[in-house]
Design a protein around this ligand. Sequence first.
Ligand code: NCD
Length: 355
Amino acid sequence: MTNKNLIDLEAMSVQQIDKLVKKAKKIMQSPADYRHACDGKILATLFYEPSTRTQMSFQTAMLKLGGRTIGFDNPMNSSVSKGENLKDTIAVISGYSDIIAIRHPTEGTAMAASLYSEVPVINCGDGGHLHPTQTLTDIVTLSCEKGRLDHLKIGVCGDLLNGRTVHSLIKALSKYEGNSFVLISTPELSVPIYIIDILEKNHCAYEISHNLADAVRDLDMLYMTRIQRERFGSEEEYQAQKNVFVLDKEKLDNAREDMIILHPLPRVNEITVEIDDDPRALYFKQAQYGMFGRMALILLLLQDEEFMLSARDTFISDYRCNNPKCITQSEKYLPRLSYEKLGMQMCDFCDKRID
Ligand code: NCD
């Protein structure tokens, strides 16, 4: 085990995030200086769930640093299809590579993987839980395009319940002074309660809105997200939620000229194609910033001796997590790791209450 795993951005201080953003900007300015920075190093990308940007931007990031990549994007082509458990896969891959980037449909998988890895593990999305490197992408974009990460009014819209990008984004930006949030969703898809707890703990102002046309009026940034079809219990539930919030030209007319529109992508219908030509639409540029953010992250994890990520205090609970979406349900050998929050026992893998 190493203390260089990026599972949750909670492990990074504001100073460390700022250091990463600075590094990403340096790489953007003179990419040639970094062409051999990771010569001889190997990145393993283990994607148990579909991906375009996260996987390819990680691979491109490593190639641009002079390193190489191994991995799979369809676990059915690996020994996972023969029933190999996560622990064994990670123990083997960590002997082949210098750093592992993993995505999985089950909450807490990256955290579980980090217990059995000798090399840094990066969470590239664990079910509907977290997606820290998308947030680093968003933060690099904000810093380059708005010039600051604080005193921003941020609207987040769409599937706030299942959208892991939103959870990581709110967790990170609520640490910066003066940021406020407008949470735009249907009541069924509002943010999980633990995200509201974080906003309150960090004394962040927030409003709940069910009306995108109104909410858009006074924002510095609008973060649109798709409805996460694959995380619904039934197709009917998804059908009832899709296309409720669509950003079109008419609604955008209500927004400020300097508001920026971000989206982690993929877009389904929530932003009409006509918006793409609006100078406020930055989602394609954002995907490119993500590659530089990931280059910076790889460098800091592999080369900066001082760049240590903090781990929270945990203990072994008497109880088992009963969140059906948690990795502890399927990988039974995992220890019942938990931590305490406001007198409650929380699962260290999925952050849900267990007692
Ligand atoms: C997001 C994800 O996988 O959570 N995509 C991405 O990484 N850019 C968003 C999504 O799938 O909706």
